[in-house]
Design a protein around this ligand. Structure first.
Ligand SMILES: [Mg+2]
Length: 197
């Protein structure tokens, strides 16, 4: 689980990706998240910085596409302004949308990477789709990677606590369900015993 959640590369933001990076790492296809990776939610269109980045990597032979969980209107604007293929409502953390974006590019898995800011959507989607992951800090709120990992484990323990609390709380319906479950188990056990005889 631990390794699954680590990106292959990590940068403060997309402009910090060095010029020779894509060639050196055999990345020809780049599936990009939009929100907080390239622009903030307040930017309706790709900024000059974004256009500049794409111009640069296109010269390096990289073919980009978008895979965003955002809605069609927003994603279509980015597709129109750049001319890149785009998938909206990409369903990240599942790999389906990333796979669609790859098909639109004719991309091979081995030469593809995902660029995104979220561990539990972008990174997991990259893992599910079987491509490498370039993680960047979210543009708007810029917590460190460590901070976000910490937050995750915090949330995990909160969830665990809530589950335990819920189970222990005197909830008659839940108690009844548990009793029924035990009873069913017992019956199954007895059934098996009989069958063995
Ligand atoms: Mg994002």
């Amino acid at each position: 689980m631990g390794k699954l959640l680590w990106p292959d590369w990590y940068f403060d933001d997309f402009t910090r990706i060095p010029p020779d990076f894509f060639k050196k790492n055999n990345i020809r296809y780049l599936i990009c998240d939009i929100d907080n990776t390239l622009v903030t939610y307040d930017d309706a269109e790709p900024t000059e910085k974004v256009i500049g980045f794409f111009d640069r990597i296109k010269k390096e032979g990289v073919h980009p596409a978008f895979a965003s969980n955002n809605d069609e209107g927003r994603v279509a604007t980015f597709a129109r302004k750049t001319g890149f293929p785009a998938v909206h409502k990409a369903g990240k953390p599942f790999g389906r949308g990333v796979g669609t974006a790859m098909r639109l590019l004719g991309a091979e898995r081995k030469r593809t990477a995902m660029l995104g800011d979220q561990i539990f959507t972008d990174l997991l989607a990259a893992r599910t789709a079987g491509v490498r992951m370039i993680l960047v800090k979210p543009i708007k709120d810029k917590p460190s990677l460590l901070f976000r990992i910490k937050r995750y484990f915090e949330q995990m323990s909160i969830d665990r606590y809530l589950r335990r609390y819920e189970i222990n709380a005197s909830n008659p319906e839940r108690k009844m369900k548990r009793k029924m479950k035990k009873l069913r188990k017992k019956l199954r056990r007895e059934q098996r015993k009989k069958e063995r005889k």
